[in-house]
Design a protein around this ligand. Sequence first.
Ligand code: LLP
Length: 442
Amino acid sequence: MSIADPMDLIAWRQGEAHVEGVALSRIAQAHGTPTYVYSRAQLVRAYRDLARALDGLNGMICYAVKANGNLAVVRSFAELGAGADVVSVGEMKRALQAGIPAGRIVFAGVGKTRDEIDAAIDAGIHQFNVESEDELKTLSAAAAARGQRAAVALRVNPDVDAGTHEKITTGRKENKFGIDIARAPAIAALAARLPGIAFTGLALHIGSQLTTIKPYRQAFARLAELTQALRARGIAVERLDLGGGIGIAYQPGPVIDLKEYATAVAETVGNLGCSLVFEPGRALVGNAGLLLTRVIRVKEGDARRFLVVDAAMNDLVRPALYGAFHAIRPVLEPAPGEAEAPVDVVGPICESSDLFAAQRPLPPVVADELLAILSCGAYGFVMASTYNLRPLPAEVMVDGDRFALVRPRQSYDDMLGADRLPEWMTAPGTGTAVRPRARGAA
Ligand code: LLP
């Protein structure tokens, strides 16, 4: 079933951590650090576990590309028959590039621009999850101008507390997401009338990293009620999009049982005769990836010992942004019985929030050793930046005994070469204008 322990990604052989058949030290040697490492076997396993649990529910799994948009990752799911949940034209293009057919792509998001709407209509996607009356009208105009009708599911806000981190809860009244469930019937009626809209059903997503089933049951039950209410008014509801949010274990412990999730779906919306969409992100990739980093030095503070590593909050922002916990293990297997002592694992960035773990018990580690930061497959690389002008990290995929670079580390040339000097500045080193102005030009 779902991976209950993030440590399952690594196995110890010959005294060091491996992902599948590959020693992490080999990856570091070949491609340097910091580097994200993904296990194809774990991606496939997570997808198959979920697909098996949802079997028989007339559903389509639309992988939430935002969780990890690497081409090789998205392609892995495309090969297994997945659709995609996208929130930007960039993600839509990535899904198409990975071979996911347009007819299996749903487009969600509270701020789709007219350009994005146009591009998605032209691509012929399966469905727009619409989050406001204004968006509905814009979409209708764009589709009608092409003589088309865009398939729409209205995203409703069921006002359910998902019981997750406040920054990733989305289904409460005060969140910006979705249409107030009380206003949904009126907007659905409008959708059914608009010339460019084919109203197909309803959608919701109540939050991310859910670890209990109860909020799902509440939200799905409200969706079922709304479905019945719309039908009673003569509005056909054929599709229900149940969003994503299934949590993973960042530490060993209970997670949502996928069978239980499927049962909750079946018992709440299963008898409505609707086709279903699921939008899992984290559950498919989270525990299939780690961030490999090297200790730069061990710094003894007055009160604390710091492991200063070469990954930083620009590479993995979750601990700084959400106070998220990620398990950390040395790549060299500790000797049996070796005592653990608390350390702070920190990056080189000039902010105190550049901290992967505070007072974390770890076995003794010395400079140049490798560490694996676990559960980094979701919302890791995709949230990376070049803050402090640090190039974006590399990404590697492992498959059995082989591994491949699936995104090279950003080069200094790529990172620094993107900027431009205005022509009215002087060029460095010369003191003369970047591009001399033509005589007489303003
Ligand atoms: N569908 C919608 C409409 C969403 O907004 C999201 C995530 C998903 C599906 C996928 O959710 P998942 O299955 O991955 O939980 N950066 C945060 C997570 C943000 C999630 C945003 N929406 C983190 O690092 O925890």
